[in-house]
Write a protein of this length. Structure first.
Lengths: 804, 147
């Protein structure tokens, strides 16, 4: 075991130790010092991750004449065998994929490559900051030890999730992350909303996890293994040298590799492009994407994330920045080789991401809950990440991950800033109730401003570089599809494509769709700047308003809370232009360069799409203009009086129309003289009922004709955005209510049919008993007589037996 | 008189004793008389046992009867004590007065000529409560770690 292995084991082990210590010693011994082991262990894990981060690029060994960047590096550490089933030999759907499937064994195997090292560093760094902040924020909570035990467990699950080398274990820790989020969202379980939000998060995630589980089954039947790495048939991990040796030996003999089972994502399989395309490959990708949608809160399953705001604010920061929602992005990025064979799946990923980004940005425009605005911005930014992953090029995938990296900094910063606002405002988070806090909370104000700039994508803050890279990758993909689509692809892949016809051509209209997504991403960038600075101005500018709950001591948070803010704001400000050096003379993207040694990106289809780094000046110019326009619009609208805001609201809420409609409803028609005159005239001729009926009919026709307008009254753009496009209500009526009806039916069946049968048996016995009960009237002599008669009957029976 | 005729005579007398006792038990309501009737039934059985013992030239019957007399003496002591206690509680010896062994919810069978009311329940002595209730912090209980 060398240094890398030890560090790799240390990173998850430290948070686990902290969780156990906190859970065992917390309630009795540590009490208000519960944060000490957690913070220490997380900082230790962070240091270990940084060391790992530095060790990974140095550990690559290029062969002679090979460029360093295209050398895949992965290290696999086997911890123990969890389960092994010898007889589980599946029949692969396609004969070519895996001739000799491995025995089904689940090994706890950790891996490290560039992607894992990056994720570990990000997760542990952000969680250390958040744990430090939570030590101040949760100080007066009764469940102090419980909070830190859950927190450490959460970080442990996430570090394991990004470092396991087996899809089954990935699923296990996927669920563990879900469990921890459930525990932490419902941390204040005495509050009904918090309990409901925890349940909602758990249940919505189940939908996605179901898809993920199906994807695992399909992967197993297709590839015959669920390991990422190469193994022998008995499940022992093989390193790259052994695999090459085995391949060389087999080539000499002329037989296929018998002993080696290629892992799903192993370098040898990626290099050989041994992947199944077609409907099976597409289904695997779509099911994986469904799982990622659940965990990363993408469009159909995003409804749990805003409700997760019911948890304590550090938990929101943790879920949004570091641990929970990034799991889906990580999983899709990890499974890049699977997605590379199916352009349709990539298109779906991009469309889901783009649609979610726009939808969430539209909703965020009208929310008044500061944390909810941030939650929708998270959903929107996750949409950007999926957009990058869906571009399906080297640039797209690395930019999606780069956005994940920078987003972790500024979103953690923004959430912790919102937490410090809540701390000062006595747990009030409604932006209508406070304002003008910039003098009261100077440090929060400054750091929040940096976070907002990063989120809005203003240069030189980090969000600008990563968001820009995502948009640029979409543009690049669009051009690649438009100009030289098929020939270029074939030129690169002709050698392998002849052997393995796995590269599908992109679906029709892909270029048009990507073009739409490009403009959609630009427009979403404008909305992002607008809603971000709306929240910023509503909170920190305008006349100073402080809710009564805050009392008269609204003050800046203690140092233990603002130090993490400062540290994170440094990251949010500088992470972009330090990692992205494409603006220099020799354009290079340090982050992408680092990730390039991940096996999925170093060789195979993803590496084939790799081009030289370049600064996309046109895209950057458009997005800067758009972001500045958004910020300026927000400044014009929300600084000073709110006249324009009111006008915009009346415009988008169709207020004129509803006023007209309501006035029509209020009119008393019988008071009008001409109506009364007609009424009287009709009465005089004696056909009043006819006129009345005609009037009713006219009214009915009017309603039918005006129904689109009435709908407009209920579904104005403002109302749609304010009520989150009524998606919660839609799910209520489509899913929740039918399930509740089914539950009522089942309850009825159980109570009256199943239980009824059981009770009927009991009732029958009781009815029989009640016939005899009247004999037990308590008269002593009757009992004696009954005894005597009984003896007589027995004697008579005996006599009859003897005689007869 | 041969042995068989002797046996028949004894059995007739024993049977008469038994039936007389049983009729007495069934028709009388005085507890003491009922107890006497039971004793009479017992004697009837004893007599037939002795007769059979003699008929079979077997001392077991007589030994059993001696045994029964001893047991009956002990039983008489207990039964009379019980009757005495019942009398103390109700001031009557009427068996129909007691019908507490009936099925719950079943109306009692009321005989004629019963006294109107039963005496009130006796006051049994009780221990006085001692000590103070321990002080339990409900809040602490709610947030205690549960295993």
């Amino acid at each position: 075991m060398d240094r890398i292995d030890a560090l790799l084991l240390l990173v998850p082990a430290l948070p686990l130790c902290a969780a156990i210590v906190c859970a065992v010693l917390g309630p009795r011994l540590l009490r208000h010092y519960c944060h000490v082991p957690v913070v220490l262990c997380l900082i230790g894990a962070c240091v270990a991750s940084v060391l790992l981060f530095r060790a990974v690029p140095q550990a690559r060994v290029p062969a002679a004449g090979e460029p360093l960047t295209s050398v895949p590096f992965e290290r696999v550490v086997s911890v123990w065998r969890w389960a092994a089933i010898d007889d589980a030999l599946p029949t692969p759907l396609s004969s070519g994929s895996s001739p000799r499937p491995a025995q089904f064994s689940v090994d706890v195997v950790l891996r490290v490559d560039a992607l894992t090292a990056m994720m570990l560093t990000m997760v542990t760094f952000i969680s250390s900051c958040i744990a430090l902040y939570a030590a101040g924020y949760m100080r007066h909570d009764r469940g102090y030890w419980r909070f830190f035990a859950y927190l450490a467990l959460f970080v442990f699950s996430m570090t394991m999730l990004v470092s396991v080398s087996n899809l089954v274990l990935l699923y296990v820790f996927w669920e563990a992350v879900g469990l921890c989020s459930y525990l932490l969202i419902g941390f204040w379980y005495e509050k009904p909303e918090a309990a409901a939000a925890g349940k909602k998060a758990f249940l919505v995630n189940r939908v996605g996890d179901f898809g993920f589980a199906l994807a695992l089954f399909l992967l197993w039947t297709t590839y015959g293994t669920l390991n990422f790495h190469d193994t022998t048939r008995t499940g022992r991990p093989l390193d790259a040298r052994e695999v090459t040796a085995a391949a060389a030996r087999d080539q000499a003999v002329g037989a296929p590799a018998e002993q080696v089972v290629q892992g799903v994502l192993s370098p040898s399989r990626i290099t050989a492009r041994n992947y199944v395309a077609g409907p099976v490959g597409l289904s695997i990708c779509l099911l994986l994407m469904l799982g990622a949608c659940g965990k990363s809160a993408q469009f159909p399953l995003h409804v749990w994330l805003p409700d997760a705001m019911e948890g304590p604010t550090p938990v929101s920061a943790l879920i949004h920045a570091a641990t929970m929602v990034t799991a889906g992005v990580y999983m899709v990025a990890r499974c890049t080789p699977l997605f590379m064979v199916s352009p349709t799946a990539q298109l779906v990923v991009a469309c889901v991401g783009g649609g979610t980004a726009l939808l969430a940005a539209l909703i965020a425009l009208t929310q008044f809950d500061l944390k909810r605005v941030l939650a929708y911005s998270t959903i929107s930014q996750l949409g950007y990440m999926f957009l990058g992953l869906g571009a399906g090029t080297f640039l797209g995938i690395t930019s999606g991950l780069f956005h994940l990296f920078t987003h972790a900094f500024f979103k953690a910063l923004l959430f912790l800033g919102a937490g410090s606002v809540m701390h000062a405002m006595g747990d009030i988070i409604d932006m209508r109730r406070f304002g003008g806090l910039r003098l009261r909370l100077p440090i929060t104000h400054a750091t929040f401003f940096i976070g907002c700039c990063a989120l809005a994508g203003l240069p030189p803050f980090s969000g600008f570089w990563s968001k820009d890279a995502v948009v640029a990758s979409i543009e690049e993909r669009m051009h690649a599809l438009g100009h030289a689509e098929a020939p270029a692809e074939h030129a690169v892949n002709s050698a392998t494509a002849a052997q393995h016809p796995v590269v599908e051509s992109a679906p029709a209209h892909a270029e048009t769709i990507y073009r739409g997504l490009f403009w959609l991403a630009i427009f979403t960038g404008f909305l992002t700047a607008l809603y971000t600075f709306r929240a910023f101005y509503l909170t920190f500018y305008g006349p100073e308003r402080i809710p009564v709950e805050a009392g008269d001591h609204a003050h800046e948070a203690p140092p233990v809370m603002w130090w993490p803010l400062v540290v994170l704001s440094l990251g949010a400000a500088a992470a972009g232009f330090i990692c992205d050096l494409t603006y220099t003379r020799q354009p290079v993207h340090l982050f992408a360069e680092f990730l390039a040694s991940t096996p999925s990106l170093a060789t195979g289809a993803a590496a084939a799409t790799r081009g030289p780094y370049a600064f996309h000046a046109s895209v950057a110019a458009i997005s800067v203009v758009v972001a500045v326009a958004g910020v300026l619009l927000a400044t014009y609208l929300y600084v000073g009086d709110a006249r324009e805001v009111r006008w915009l609201k009346s415009l988008f809420d169709f207020e004129e129309f509803s006023r007209w409609y309501e006035s029509g409803q209020r009119t008393n028609w019988h008071a009008r003289p001409w109506v009364a005159a007609i009424d009287r005239a009709a009465e005089r001729i004696g056909c009043r009922w006819l006129v009345r009926m005609a009037g009713q009919l006219l009214l009915l026709m009017g309603f039918v004709l005006a129904s689109p307008l009435l709908l407009g009254n209920f579904f104005s753009p403002y109302k749609l955005s304010f009520h989150k496009f009524f998606l919660d209500e839609l799910y209520d009526y489509v899913v929740v209510v039918p399930l509740q009806l089914a539950a009522i039916a089942c309850n009825f069946l159980d109570r009256w049919v199943v239980d009824g049968a059981v009770n009927a048996v009991g009732k029958l016995v009781m009815a029989l008993g009640s016939l005899m009960r009247s004999l037990q009237m308590g008269q002593l002599q009757f009992y004696a007589l009954a005894m005597f008669l009984g003896v007589l009957v027995l004697l008579a029976a005996k006599l009859i037996l003897i005689v007869g | 008189m041969n042995e068989a005729a002797l046996l028949v005579n004894f059995l007739i007398v024993g049977g008469l004793l038994f039936v007389t006792g049983m009729v007495g038990f069934l028709v009388r309501r005085n507890l003491i008389v009922m107890f006497l009737s039971v004793e009479m039934m017992l004697q009837g059985i004893s007599l037939s046992l002795i007769a059979w013992g003699r008929f079979h030239q077997d001392l077991g019957g007589q030994i059993l009867v001696l045994f029964m007399i001893a047991v009956a003496a002990a039983e008489a002591g207990i039964a009379l004590a019980l009757i005495l206690m019942l009398y103390f509680k109700s001031h009557t010896l009427d068996a129909a007065f007691w019908h507490d062994l009936r099925e719950e919810g079943q109306p009692p069978f009321i005989d004629q000529g019963l006294p109107e009311t039963r005496h009130e329940q006796p006051q049994w002595p009780r221990l006085t409560p001692a000590g103070i209730r321990p002080d339990v912090n409900q809040d602490e209980q709610l947030h205690r770690s549960q295993v």
